[in-house]
Design a protein around this ligand. Structure first.
Ligand code: XMP
Length: 517
């Protein structure tokens, strides 16, 4: 029985609300927005949270909830759409703004309230600049404002608090304090100690129940997620029954294949299969420049190569397939609990036919599927993986395939690998690597003029990306000292002769994504 029920109206960050509450030591369950009054009251929650949504309240077929729920004698919290929808249901007005995007907003507190206990009068929150409430229903008391619009309000009659901003987003200041205030001071709940050990135990139980003594093949990419998945499965399963397969696509970072092979052996894996499939990937990608087509080609080639290699491994036909999918991979492909969440990018590890087939037959093992990146890292450390590996920056499944913009070939990949290796080496040397959540170089296929010595040079552009984030859902740029950027830039143009120019990407997420494609 969960303490909180979160009604999901389709926001990308619904699962984050659950995650934050769990991290704070509370239990929370996500249910679809159309769950009935009776179903909810039967579950006897201590409070209800109404999530955000990509919809507008006045749109045809906009999601709503059973308004009898408002009569339940429990504290309720509406976040963004959950607030707007409730205000609208109770006679308030909501108006559209022409731009729909997330961004920073200054919030000013107007009235004291237990929801804002121990919080400064002014702080910065993240909100969607989509719709806002222009007129609160008469029974609402305004608690906070942002740009002259209500950003928080309270309605005593229905025991309802509303927030226009998203306290669950890592970039909202005081977000955790607000959620904890709601739980502790308004719902009168006491937080429990929620440990990573419990997370590991519940993963162990779920994996053992699912897999029993069948053979498992884990696809390892070399990133943090699949390495943690490897460590998890190597602890839980009989190493004789666990095969680890790494496919060298040619789209990896410099020296990656050698590094991965060493790591897998350190993890005491018994069956490690390193597959050289570079030519197959480059042939399939020849002259393809559309990002989604590239992702699909890479994903399908993964499946084809995997199937070919699986055949030669002589695994039992009904083997289980495992991978290090995180929750973010699922929501960003529109497959998460937020069923209405819009598809942003296709992630090959979610939609490929082999995965679909294995998922449908219950033979897909995704031990990290409920975790965000930071949980996965904590779990990896807990299992004794080296810090250098755990704090390695995330790397996307399609690898350099989405970092060489447009058509991909071995030469462009090589140039990018060289530039990226210099960039990352410099970050380590300057003690900056651990201060940045994800940093990488992007190959921009635009040539410009430069000079090297006294000779005119006509070379490619390398863009450097460095972001700060907690979970990859939102991100802000890392603010380098100009001296660092200048020196890194000059090392790249000096040491990679094909590069004439280096630029730095200053876009946050949203509106941009972390990867360029
Ligand atoms: P975006 O670019 O969507 O990235 O802001 C968020 C995080 O996800 C990683 N990413 C991927 N990871 N397969 C993956 O396994 C993918 O197709 C993929 N696309 C993006 C990205 O590097 C960042 O950490």
């Amino acid at each position: 029985m969960s303490q909180f029920i979160i009604l999901d109206f389709g926001s990308q960050s619904t699962h984050l609300i659950q995650r934050r509450l769990q991290d704070l030591g509370y239990t929370a369950e996500i249910l679809p927005s159309h769950t009935t009054y009776q179903e909810i009251s039967d579950k006897k929650p201590k409070a209800i949270i109404f999530s955000g949504s990509p919809s507008s309240v006045y749109e045809k077929d906009a999601p709503n909830y059973d308004t009898k729920i408002l009569n339940l004698p429990l504290p309720k919290l509406g976040i963004c759409y959950g607030f707007q929808c409730t205000a609208y249901n109770l006679g308030g007005t909501v108006a559209a703004s022409p731009v729909r995007e997330y961004g920073e907003c200054p919030v000013t507190l107007i009235h004291e309230d237990p929801l804002f206990q121990d919080i400064d009068k002014e702080f910065i929150a993240w909100m969607s600049h989509g719709d806002s409430i222009t007129e609160l229903p008469h029974m609402f008391k305004l608690l906070a404002k942002s740009f002259d619009h209500p950003s928080a309000a309270y309605c005593e009659e229905f025991n309802f608090w509303g927030l226009q901003f998203h306290p669950e987003l890592a970039h909202s200041q005081n977000g955790n304090t607000i959620l904890n205030n709601f739980a502790q001071h308004i719902c009168k709940l006491t937080p429990a100690n929620n440990t990573i050990e419990q997370t590991f135990q519940s993963i162990t139980k779920a994996v053992k129940e699912q897999v029993k003594d069948n053979t498992v093949l884990l696809l390892v990419s070399g990133g943090v997620d699949s390495s943690v998945a490897a460590a998890v499965l190597l602890k839980i399963l009989d190493p004789d029954k666990l095969h680890l397969m790494y496919i060298d696509t040619g789209l990896m970072r410099k020296n990656e294949t050698g590094d991965i092979s060493a790591i897998l052996h350190q993890l005491n894996a018994k069956h490690v299969h390193i597959i050289d499939a570079k030519d197959r990937f480059f042939d399939a990608l020849k002259d393809v420049s559309d990002p989604e087509s590239k992702r699909h080609i890479i994903g399908d080639m993964f499946v084809t190569v995997t199937m070919d290699e699986v055949k030669s491994l002589n695994l039992p036909e009904d083997f289980y397939l495992a991978q290090g999918t995180l929750y973010t991979d699922l929501i960003e492909s529109g497959k998460g609990v937020g069923s209405k969440a819009k598809t942003i990018k296709s992630h090959h590890n979610v939609n490929s036919p082999l995965i679909v087939e294995k998922r449908e037959s219950g033979k897909l093992v995704e031990p990290l599927k409920d975790l965000y990146k930071d949980n996965a890292r904590s779990l990896g450390l807990y299992l004794g993986l080296p810090e250098l590996l755990i704090f390695r920056h995330p790397f996307p499944g399609p690898g350099l395939g989405v970092r060489v913009l447009g058509a991909v070939d071995p030469e462009k990949c090589r140039i990018l690998q060289e530039a990226d290796a210099i960039y990352i080496e410099e970050l380590h040397k300057r003690d900056l690597y651990s201060k940045i959540w994800q940093a990488f170089a992007v190959f921009v296929p635009i040539k410009s003029v430069g000079v090297a010595g006294d000779v005119r040079k006509y070379g490619y552009t390398i863009a450097l990306r460095a972001v700060c984030s907690i979970d990859g859902v939102s991100a802000d740029i890392y603010e380098f000292e100009m001296k660092d950027l200048r020196e890194i830039s000059s090392r790249i143009t000096n040491e990679v002769p094909e590069v004439a120019r280096v630029v730095y990407d200053i876009s946050s997420k949203p509106p941009a994504t972390i990867e360029w494609e």
